[in-house]
Design a protein around this ligand. Sequence first.
Ligand code: PXL
Length: 276
Amino acid sequence: MDYKRVLTIQDISCVGQCSMTVALPILSACGLETAILPSAVLSTHTAGFTGFTVRDLADDMPSINAHWVKENIKFDAVYTGYLGSKKQIDYVLNICKTTLKEKGLFIVDPALADNGKLYYGFDDEYVNENKKLIKFADYVLPNITEACFLTGIEYKEEYDREYIDSLVLGLKELGAKNVIITGVSFEKGKTGIMVYENEKYSYYEHQKMPNSCHGTGDIYSSAFVGALMNGKSAYESAKIAGDYVVDCIRATAGDKDHWYGAKFEPVLKNLIEKVR
Ligand code: PXL
């Protein structure tokens, strides 16, 4: 297997086990050289903490990009997660244009919403700007809420297969080549991942844990990218990442003090075994 270099662009939430603090260790554990571009620095994530600090790093992006171009730095994949502001979108697209290798992959987790609501501080204009990322994405990894905001389709908690297909088609119309939607549940007690890859649908169903943890979307996307960049198909990557998230949630269950994230570290070895 050749040695792959991935750039991930997402925020550093200093405390809270999400975004960069899970992406970097997970991608490294999957054997990938991981370069990072922090989109913002926050004292904690925004889901449950109050009074957090935020520093948007959009203004640093063009000069960082220019330096990488001067050094002829290239990546096999660019993987984006939570960004911080509308301004970043064009900068991120330019980074892809100038630093992705010819057959490099652009993987977008449009981390902007969950449970029917936008994350703190985001609005419709931010959603609209994010559609530009979808246009160029080789793989887009939304949850159902994100797929709804991006496509303009009404958010539903109860739905059928047709509804999920309409979300996939909507994202395809925005330009995404492959679409992988998480948290798709057709049966009580089960959940799964709808994969639309190379024009074909497949669905991976797994157990729905009674507890949930913040940050599992980021864990899932990072594990997906880790598997994909090790040569797995999108379906295999979704399966590996979905199973890993279940392991992480199980490892966290019962610890009330650990409400802010998932204990992904003790079960990293399970992921490594499947990916490498
Ligand atoms: O897990 C997504 C995420 C990432 N980064 C920050 C967040 C959130 C979700 O709330 O607040 C700063």
